[in-house]
Design a protein around this ligand. Structure first.
Ligand code: MLT
Length: 411
C-alpha cells in the first residue's frame, strides 16, 4: 500500500496568510525593483533586542563555551530562574497566585496555541472569534476537528463568533454549547479589547458549561487603559477554566529569538469518555516532555533579563515607540475619513475599507499605489471581509512615510 497523507491537510487553504502576502509582495517587488515597499503586514517587530537582554544573552553563550558552566539539556518545562521571574513580575503584582509547575516556557505562543489542541479530544466543539489569528483554526483543521470549509469561508464544524463594528468587536456568548474557546485580547487582528466585565462573562460561561478558554495574552503589554485585564486570571474563577499564553516576541522583540510561556493551572480539568475528571496540567507536561526539549539556556537567560529594571525600562521605551506609531496611524487614517478601530491598547489598527473595496482590493491598491503592505481582514476569517489590518511595528520614519503616501491616494 502506498503511504497515505493526513488528508486533513487538504482541507486547509492553499497557503498561510502571511506566506501568501509575502509571495504577492515579492512578485510585485520583482516587477517593480525600484519600489520602496513599507511592510506593515505581519506583526513583526523592528526594534532590536534591549541592551540588558543582549548582555545576558552574550554572558550565557560564553557560559556554554566553558566546561565549568556548560549546560546540556535543560528542564523541558523551562528553567526555574525564568519561571520565578515570570510569576514575580507578571502575576503577583496583579494578585494572581501561580505555582512554578503551572508555567511552561516554550519557543513561541504560536507553537503553544497551535499545539495545545492535541491534548483535547477530537469530538470537542471549538469556538473561535471571527476574524481570528489563523493558527487556532488551522491547527484544528490539521487535527481533523473542523470538517471542510464551506462556500462562506467557514469550516463546517467550528463555531464562529463574529466580531465586527456592529457588535463593537465583542464576541457574543454562543447559542449552542461549545467546549474549547480561543480568545485573544488585546485582539489580533482587530486591536480591540474586552474589559473585566466582558471577560468575566466568558469565564462564567466556561464555568457553567464545563468549557475551557484558551486565552492568548501575547499583546497584554500594549494595554494602556485601566479596567482592561492583562491576564484572564484577574477574573475570579478563571484558573478553573483557562489556559493562558504569553510571549516575549511583541513586548521584548523576541520574534526572531523565540521565547514564550504558557500557564496551565492545576485546578483546570477536562473529562475522559467515562466522565471522570482529568487534570490538564499533567497532560501538557506529558506532551512537552515527550515532544519538546526546552528553550535554549542562553535564550532563557536573555528572557529573564527582560524583568531586570534596565530590561523593563528598555521594553517600556519600545512599547511607547510602537504606540506612538499606532497613534500616528490612527490619526492619519481618521483624518482621511476612514473608520478605524484598535491601536489604543494594541499595536494593530483595524480599518474599515472604503465603500465598495474588498479587503484584497484594498491590499492591492495600497501595494500598487502607495507601496505599503498591510493584511487583508478576510485573511483572518470571513467576518474580516471589508476590513484591513496595519501594524505599528515599523519604524517611526517608515510609519510617517507610509501615512503620507496613503493620504495622497484618492480613497
Ligand atoms: C501577526 O501578524 O498576526 C503575528 O505576527 C503573527 C504571529 O505572531 O505569529
Amino acid at each position: 500500500m502506498p503511504v497515505k497523507i493526513n488528508e486533513n491537510y487538504l482541507l486547509l487553504k492553499s497557503s498561510y496568510i502571511f506566506a501568501q502576502i509575502n509571495q504577492k509582495v515579492n512578485d510585485f517587488q520583482e516587477k517593480n525593483p525600484d519600489a520602496e515597499i513599507i511592510r506593515m503586514g505581519i506583526g513583526d517587530v523592528t526594534r532590536p533586542l534591549p541592551k540588558a537582554v543582549i548582555e545576558e544573552f552574550h554572558k550565557a553563550v560564553d557560559e556554554m563555551g566553558s566546561s565549568k558552566t556548560f549546560m546540556g539539556y535543560g528542564p523541558e518545562q523551562g528553567y526555574s530562574f525564568l519561571i520565578k521571574d515570570i510569576i514575580k513580575n507578571d502575576f503577583i503584582p496583579r494578585g494572581i497566585q501561580i505555582s512554578e509547575d503551572e508555567v511552561f516556557i516554550s519557543d513561541g505562543a504560536k507553537c503553544d496555541t497551535g499545539n495545545i489542541q492535541e491534548i483535547f479530544g477530537l469530538e470537542n466543539l471549538v469556538a473561535v472569534t471571527d476574524p481570528v489569528y489563523p493558527v487556532y483554526v488551522e491547527t484544528n483543521v490539521m487535527a481533523g476537528r473542523t470538517g471542510s470549509m464551506g462556500e462562506d469561508g467557514r469550516y463546517e464544524k467550528l463555531a464562529y463568533l463574529p466580531c465586527t463594528a456592529e457588535n463593537d468587536f465583542v464576541p457574543q456568548l454562543p447559542e449552542e454549547p461549545v467546549d474549547l474557546i480561543y480568545l485573544c485580547f488585546p485582539n489580533n487582528p482587530t486591536g480591540t479589547t474586552l474589559n473585566k466585565d466582558q471577560l468575566a462573562k466568558w469565564v462564567n460561561y466556561a464555568r457553567e458549561n464545563k468549557s475551557i478558554i484558551l486565552f492568548d495574552a501575547a499583546y497584554e503589554s500594549y494595554i494602556r487603559e485601566d479596567d482592561i485585564p492583562h491576564s484572564i486570571y484577574e477574573i475570579e474563577g478563571a484558573k478553573e477554566v483557562a489556559i493562558e499564553f504569553h510571549s516575549f516576541s511583541k513586548n521584548a522583540g523576541f520574534t526572531g529569538t523565540r521565547c514564550a510561556y504558557t500557564v496551565v493551572p492545576k485546578e483546570l480539568i477536562a473529562y475522559d469518555s467515562e466522565g471522570n475528571p482529568q487534570p490538564i496540567n499533567p497532560l501538557w507536561n506529558r506532551r512537552q516532555t515527550t515532544k519538546f526539549n526546552g528553550v535554549s539556556y542562553p535564550i532563557q537567560k536573555a528572557a529573564a533579563a527582560v524583568y531586570t529594571p534596565e530590561g523593563q525600562k528598555e521594553i517600556g521605551e519600545s512599547i511607547d515607540y510602537y504606540m506612538q506609531n499606532a497613534g500616528i496611524i490612527r490619526e492619519s487614517l481618521i483624518e482621511m475619513g476612514l473608520k478605524v478601530y484598535g491601536g489604543v491598547n494594541s499595536p494593530y489598527i483595524w480599518i474599515k475599507t472604503p465603500e465598495g473595496i474588498s479587503s484584497w482590493g484594498f491590499f492591492d491598491l495600497l501595494l500598487k499605489e502607495a507601496n505599503v503592505v498591510g493584511t487583508p481582514g478576510v485573511g483572518f476569517g470571513p467576518s474580516g471581509e471589508g476590513y484591513f489590518r496595519i501594524t505599528a511595528f515599523n519604524t517611526l520614519k517608515n510609519t510617517k512615510e507610509a501615512m503620507e503616501r496613503i493620504s495622497k491616494l484618492s480613497i
